[in-house]
Design a protein around this ligand. Structure first.
Ligand code: THU
Length: 139
């Protein structure tokens, strides 16, 4: 079902720039118009400047004018399921079409699990919270 998205994440993983951790990650996002954007993790000698694969994929989509994610796939360790880190979960929710979008966590083309956004970041803080506050203040 998610064949193309999974293949895009696996292919992006091959481009991971990981001279420090050696831990390759690839990700791909399916957008509202069915376009797919991918990305890999990109490390830096100043470790904190590292960008995770999920955020690279999402920033790639946003840079091409797409803001609504219908599904996201991620592959890190191919022997274990690698879930998105906390920062990436927050960035995914910013652009997720709904709380129910599938988060496809891949080991290989054949082996993957599917979670939802709500599963991995329950009670997420989003722009809705900011809008509610504005309403109360009437601004
Ligand atoms: N990494 C990701 O790309 N995505 C995640 O969700 C978890 C961590 C990367 C960052 C770093 O390059 C390497 O994995 C080890 O932390």
């Amino acid at each position: 079902m998610y064949k193309k998205l999974i293949e895009a994440a696996l292919e992006a993983r091959e481009h991971a720039y990981v001279p420090y951790s050696g831990f390759k990650v690839g990700s791909a996002v399916l957008m509202e118009d069915d376009s797919i954007f991918s990305g890999c993790n990109i490390e830096n000698a100043s470790y904190g400047a590292t960008n995770c694969a999920e955020r690279t994929a999402i920033f790639n989509a946003v840079s091409h004018g797409h803001h609504k994610i219908k599904a996201i796939a991620v592959v890190g360790d191919i022997h274990n399921f690698t879930y998105p880190c906390g920062i990436c979960r927050q960035v995914i929710v910013e652009f997720a079409e709904s709380k129910e979008i599938p988060i496809i966590i891949i080991k290989s083309k054949e082996e993957y699990i599917v979670k939802t956004m709500e599963d991995i970041l329950p009670g997420a803080f989003t722009k809705i919270d900011l809008d509610k506050e504005k309403e109360v203040k009437n601004v």
